[in-house]
Design a protein around this ligand. Structure first.
Ligand SMILES: Cc1cc2nc3c(=O)[nH]c(=O)nc-3n(C[C@H](O)[C@H](O)[C@H](O)COP(=O)(O)OP(=O)(O)OC[C@H]3O[C@@H](n4cnc5c(N)ncnc54)[C@H](O)[C@@H]3O)c2cc1C
Length: 475
């Protein structure tokens, strides 16, 4: 069931109607806003959620193309993404986006002089760091000396505190260079993981964010990096099921409703202007991207509000190819020696019928190709896929199209940490959320959900409402 979207009668549930229940307007129906709305409503706050688009889910959504249901971009999460996993549970979607039993990433090198070579990044059921020791020791894409130096760098990385501001000031490549990592080790291991998780290659990535990803994912809990992904369209999880959950909690969800202005009233409450209506509330959670936040924040809400505009963005490009036959046996793989980054089989989730196969090629940090015409991308990538997948040679291509997300993530550049604001603003009752806020995580679904927890938690504390943090670790 999709959430209902037509603006309803003039006033939302309001503190004036039910004296004990405070009210909140959440602006933005991405994962951050949905999470904040759920948490507030669970604590008895009367919530109105505004989303400018006709659907919930923000940057992680699906659309129809003929008979196919297409995700705007392949999304994966890791077992260590405890907040996103909470979200999946909360919307009753966890079984639809399962995790691998055990980390296993096929890495195909097509540039090897003796022909294509398949390696694996796998874990064993052993404690950290032994869980990856065998995989590293046998990883065929690095020399023995490189494998040993990766092991030493990993141990050095384990000692870092990702929240150390000094780390945010340097780039990941510099740190890797200082720790003896060769260009090949960076390409075949660190960037292989870093580019899709940070959305930047090592020279463009903050060491603080890189440390966060590698330490949390690979060097804490043995199962932390097991990969999960939706086996249904993202829209089913983030729009349909999330909408149902919000409806069940009594949240008033207004789609196609853009907040135009947010103001504090003389009595310390808030108004949010949307076309044709002014909504009143005791608190507002602003869960929109940084530029929109800058445009909507009332004066004085943040010190140096213009710093939000210094947070850059980075693109992700997805190439979608529908073959007339099965060309890939695995659910996904990643490539070396090719412009192709990660390839996922999306056949099952897309509703494709018949004997064909639908692959999504996910290209992170795609600054160089984000504006390249489809015809050029087709000419470039179809032969590459044939190089990687022998079964694609001679297969018919039933469809080829691209999705371009120019502002897919905030740019994780060195120094970005000091630009990211916390949930609390200087204006009492006004809170910020979004993957780009100060979560300590790169721009991920995990960061978005965490930011929703923080904003809702801050609002509930100010309301004097009892609430536990949903994640045990922070309880
Ligand atoms: C192609 C792609 C691939 C990705 N891959 C991954 C991945 O593999 N793993 C992962 O963890 N993350 C991935 N991400 C990142 C992840 O999708 C985002 O970090 C996360 O979804 C951001 O959620 P959010 O709620 O912070 O922001 P958004 O999703 O941007 O939500 C903000 C919402 O606010 C709405 N809005 C804006 N202005 C207004 C207004 N004035 N009034 C009302 N509503 C407004 C917008 O329409 C939007 O719905 C990917 C992103 C993209 C684009």
């Amino acid at each position: 069931m999709a959430p209902t979207g037509t603006p309803g009668p003039a006033r939302p549930r309001d503190a004036a109607d039910t004296p004990e229940a405070p009210t909140a307007v959440v602006v933005g129906g991405g994962l951050a806003g949905i999470t904040a709305a759920i948490r507030l409503a669970e604590a008895g706050v009367g919530v109105t959620l505004l989303e400018g688009r006709p659907r919930l889910g923000g940057l992680a959504f699906s659309f129809r193309r003929g008979d196919l249901t297409v995700d705007n971009g392949q999304h994966v999460y890791l077992r260590c993404c405890t907040a996103y996993r909470w979200f999946l549970d909360r919307v009753d979607g966890a079984r639809l986006a399962p995790l691998q039993d055990r980390l296993d990433v096929p890495v195909l090198d097509v540039a090897h002089p003796r022909g294509p070579r398949l390696g694996r990044i796998r874990r064993d059921p052993l404690p950290v760091p032994f869980h990856l020791a065998r995989s590293l020791a046998t990883y065929p894409h690095l020399s023995l000396a490189e494998r040993a130096s990766v092991g030493r760098a990993a141990l050095a990385l384990k000692k870092l505190d990702p929240a150390d501001p000094a780390l945010d000031g340097i780039d990941f490549a510099t740190w890797l260079g200082r720790h003896g990592q060769s260009p090949r080790a960076i390409e075949a291991l660190w960037d292989l993981v870093g580019i899709p998780t940070l959305n930047a290659p090592a020279p463009d990535a903050s060491m603080g964010l890189a440390a966060m990803v590698f330490k949390t994912g690979l060097l804490t809990d043995p199962g932390a990096a097991d990969i999960g992904w939706a086996h249904v369209p993202l829209g089913h999880l983030h729009d349909t099921l999330a909408g149902k959950t919000l409806d069940g909690l009594g949240v008033r969800t207004l789609l196609r409703t853009k907040a135009e202005r947010i103001s504090r009233t003389d009595d310390g409450r808030w108004t949010v202007e949307v076309p044709g209506e002014t909504l009143g509330a005791d608190a507002v959670v602003l869960a929109v991207p940084q530029t929109e936040t800058h445009g909507l924040l009332p004066e004085g809400a943040l010190d140096d509000v213009d710093r939000l505009l210094d947070i850059g963005t980075a693109p992700i490009l997805d190439l979608h190819v529908v073959y007339d036959r099965k060309v890939l046996k695995r659910p996904f793989f990643t490539a070396l020696g090719s412009p192709v980054q990660w390839v996922f089989d999306r056949t099952g989730s897309s509703g494709l019928t018949g004997p064909g196969q639908y692959l999504a090629v996910s290209q992170s940090a795609a600054q160089d190709e984000i504006d390249t015409p489809v015809s050029v991308l087709r000419e470039r990538y179809l032969p590459e896929l044939e190089r990687l997948l022998p079964a694609a040679r001679g297969a018919g291509v039933r469809d080829f199209f691209v999705t371009r997300e120019r502002t897919a993530t905030f740019a994780p550049t060195p120094g970005v940490g000091r630009l990211r604001p916390a949930a609390r603003t200087r204006a009492p009752g006004l809170y910020l959320a979004g993957a780009w806020t100060a979560t300590g995580w790169p721009a991920t679904m995990e960061g978005a959900v965490r930011s929703g927890f923080s904003a809702a938690g801050a609002a509930l504390s100010a309301f004097g409402r009892r609430h536990d943090h949903p994640l045990q670790e922070a309880a």
